[in-house]
Design a protein around this ligand. Structure first.
Ligand code: 5GP
Length: 180
């Protein structure tokens, strides 16, 4: 389980760590937010309409789901079960609300929180990556202090992403079950 504020560098860290830990794989979430340029259905997310998402919620198909910023995001139980049956170590990259929902359901999961070195750095990263509109960036920054507070309180491992190389090594250690 990997969570942390938007812009903390979760995607980059996970991608780098996956190159070193072949038995781990990232679960593809479902979302109602619109695809960004270059994103593909089934690779980055399962992009769903509000109705499709509602239907899956009604069917109890989600291991967890949450409203994050301007959309709903959720992890499909069937995806996670399939990977686990294949012996894959599943990484869930989800927000803190979703993470708290799975705490009871996945007692053996490790909770890793990716922390930016400061809120200023977070703001700079969100602006620099240029993926989100100003109001969206504002929402993402506004929620970060609360997420950090929950991360510090509820998560097993906190990785401060101030140096990419060091942070990657820390995540790799967790994925290999070595702890940090
Ligand atoms: P983005 O819109 O930048 O792709 O993702 C926004 C946030 O949604 C991320 O910080 C990520 O943690 C969260 N997120 C992505 N997938 C899921 C999911 O399946 N469940 C939950 N609860 N949050 C998710």
């Amino acid at each position: 389980m990997v969570a942390g504020p938007s812009g903390a560098g979760k995607d980059t860290l996970i991608k780098r760590a996956l190159q070193v830990v072949p038995r781990a794989r990232l679960s593809i979430s479902a979302t109602t937010r619109a695809p960004r340029e270059g994103e593909e259905h089934g690779r980055d997310y399962h992009f769903l309409t509000e109705d499709e998402f509602d239907r899956l919620v009604g069917e109890g198909a989600f291991l967890e789901w949450a409203r994050v910023f301007s959309g709903r995001y959720g992890t499909l139980s069937s995806d996670v079960e399939k990977m686990r049956d294949e012996g894959i170590d599943v990484i869930l990259e989800i927000d803190v609300q979703g993470a708290l929902q799975v705490k009871d359901k996945l007692p053996d999961a490790r909770f890793v929180f990716i922390m930016p070195s400061s809120l200023e750095v977070l703001e700079e990263r969100l602006r620099r990556r240029g993926l989100d509109s100003e109001p969206e960036i504002g929402k993402r920054l506004g929620i970060a202090p609360k997420e950090i507070e929950i991360g510090k309180r509820e998560f097993d491992v906190i990785i401060v992403n101030d140096e990419l190389e060091k942070a990657t090594e820390e995540l790799v250690s967790v994925l290999k079950g070595e702890g940090v």
